[in-house]
Ligand binder design. Structure first.
Ligand code: FAD
Length: 502
């Protein structure tokens, strides 16, 4: 079904989502004759002001934009991120890393972790973290770029992302987008104009009376969901039963000593606290359930957990876990918080913006707005949300903690069906099932299942073909190879200094 081409894209909102969309669409489509991209934002309203930890997929987003990584790291005051350290999640005093990249090396064509499980069953005390180069480098405060050209080196199995200053990131993208032709209009939108017959959005009216018209509207207005939620009245699928945290309080603090290239998540009595070290400060926040904790207590906990001096007044944020019933409705597509939000436990929100943009590029509409393409977009986006939800719920469900009402609620909640299947399969055979091209890899599921104390009673039968001594010998060798590779790496601070950062 072909229609008239889209001639004008209007992006409503200039937070991370808006400027990511502006930078990407102008990079990919900016050279198309007759296509205009305009972004409207209001400095008076401002942005949510958080969102600093990412996952490795951001590397391909940056590459698509043609970003020079060293410049990006300098400009956004970024540090490298090799994974997330989860502290006190299984039980108080316990910690593990969910690293990026994979563990060990596959043997006999079978996933490495089955041999590790065999070793565990044979009584070998070798923590899983010690087979991940990213986990061990992260804990040691070291970093080097992965070496995909050395397939036999553990460095080939490393992966990384960034932790950056969200405000600087948006400015960085804005400069690129404007250089690529995006028009920026400052002003508060006071009215959204719709076609009387179809209900399609035709334009937005600003406080000063100016009207910005368009064919396709990207709603990047944050939690307000100005176009999709408020104007088109699209409802919200509420997942707070699964993910009861509904508040966050964030505060940056000064740096304290060297920083490891890891985000840290420390479980608290009614939620958890993030710690995201950047070059110039540490981002901190406490995510909690208001049904289980008062705001004042949450703030006290946050402040008690800071490593440095607070640098700003706390930023208080309310949210509900879930997503809009339709992310694309008529000629409006939500990107970012206007489409939904799942707590930042696995740093997935910026990635959802990225995957929304990629999906939009594949299904880019004409003015006929083919309903099949819209349906496809919505279905695939919901699948992303669902995968992430189940992965997040795993962290809360598989815990030994029962020291507060919150933890008792989480551990007693029956898991969603997809997660229940995964847990059952892993418990019985050590196998990790992924239904489709899910965001989280086998290694990620393994990290969190093992980290959260889920114990399989079996492993791949073929792993038993290696006898116990040979299994021990090979596991010890891999562990030593990882430790040696880490000892040869520069510290993150040395690495950053080498590219003009820190
Ligand atoms: P916003 O930043 O809120 O931007 C909204 C924009 O819309 C602003 O420019 C505003 O001015 C504009 N606007 C709104 N109304 C109007 C109007 N009437 N007229 C004109 N303009 C208007 N993501 C991660 O990937 N990693 C993380 O570690 C992470 N941590 C997070 C922690 C918390 C507590 C929260 C809440 C989110 C976190 N996120 C994280 C998510 C991340 O912050 C967001 O995905 C990202 O910043 C995108 O936000 P946004 O651009 O959708 O919204």
């Amino acid at each position: 079904m072909n229609g008239e081409p889209i001639r004008k894209i209007v992006i409503v909102g200039g937070g991370t989502a808006g400027w990511m969309a502006a930078a990407a669409t102008s990079r990919i489509m900016g050279a198309f004759p007759g296509l205009t991209i305009e972004l409207v934002e209001s400095e008076a309203i401002g942005t949510v002001g958080v969102g600093e930890a990412t996952i490795p997929q951001i590397i391909s987003f940056n590459m698509m934009l043609g970003i020079d990584e060293a410049e990006f790291v300098r400009e956004t005051r970024a540090t490298y991120k090799l994974g997330i350290e989860f502290v006190d999640w299984l039980r108080i005093g316990h910690s593990y890393v969910h690293p990026f990249g994979s563990y060990g090396i596959d043997m006999l064509g079978i996933d490495f972790h089955h041999f590790w499980l065999r070793g565990q069953r044979a009584g070998l005390d070798m923590p899983l973290d010690e087979f991940s180069i990213s986990a061990m480098a992260g804990k040691a405060g070291r970093f080097i770029h992965p070496r995909k050209d050395q397939p036999n080196s553990p460095l080939a199995r490393m992966a990384y992302a960034f932790q950056f200053d969200a405000g600087r990131y948006a400015r960085f993208l804005r400069n690129r987008a404007e250089a690529q032709g995006v028009i920026r209009t400052e002003g508060r939108i006071t009215e959204v104009l719709q076609d009387g017959e179809t209900g399609f959005v035709t334009g937005v009216r600003l406080e000063d009376g100016k009207i910005v018209e368009g064919d396709l509207f990207l709603d990047c207005s944050g939690f307000r969901s100005l176009l999709l939620g408020q104007t088109l009245g699209v409802g919200f699928t509420d997942w707070s039963k699964w993910l009861p945290c509904d508040r966050a309080i964030a505060v940056p603090c000064s740096l304290a000593g060297d920083n490891e290239p890891l985000t840290r998540s420390t479980a608290q009595p009614a939620g958890w606290q993030w710690r995201i070290p950047l070059q110039h400060r540490i981002g901190n926040g406490h995510v909690y359930s208001s049904a289980h904790m008062e705001d004042a207590e949450a703030e006290d906990i946050l402040h008690a957990g800071l490593d440095g001096t607070p640098l700003a007044e706390p930023n208080r944020i309310r949210f509900t876990a879930g997503h809009r019933d339709r992310i694309w409705e008529k000629n409006v597509i939500a990107l970012g918080l206007s489409g939904g939000f799942l707590e930042p436990l696995e740093s997935t929100a910026i990635h959802l913006v990225q995957s929304g943009i990629a999906r939009l590029m594949i299904l880019f509409p004409s003015r006929a707005f083919n309903p099949k393409e819209i349906e496809r977009f919505n279905r695939d986006t919901f699948a992303d949300y669902l995968d992430i939800r189940d992965f997040l719920v795993l962290h809360y469900k598989a815990t030994e903690r029962d020291d507060s009402e919150f933890w008792r609620y989480c551990r007693n909640l029956p898991p969603p069906d997809g997660l229940a299947d995964k847990l059952e399969m892993f418990r019985s055979s050590g196998r990790i099932i992924r239904e489709h091209n899910e965001l989280f890899t086998e290694a990620s599921w393994l990290a969190v299942m093992v980290g959260q104390g889920v114990e399989p009673s079996g492993y791949h039968p073929a792993a038993a073909l290696l006898d116990e001594d040979e299994t021990r010998r090979r596991l010890s060798h891999i562990r030593q190879t990882v430790a040696h590779a880490v000892s040869q790496m520069p510290t993150q601070d040395e690495y950053l200094a080498g590219i003009g950062g820190a």
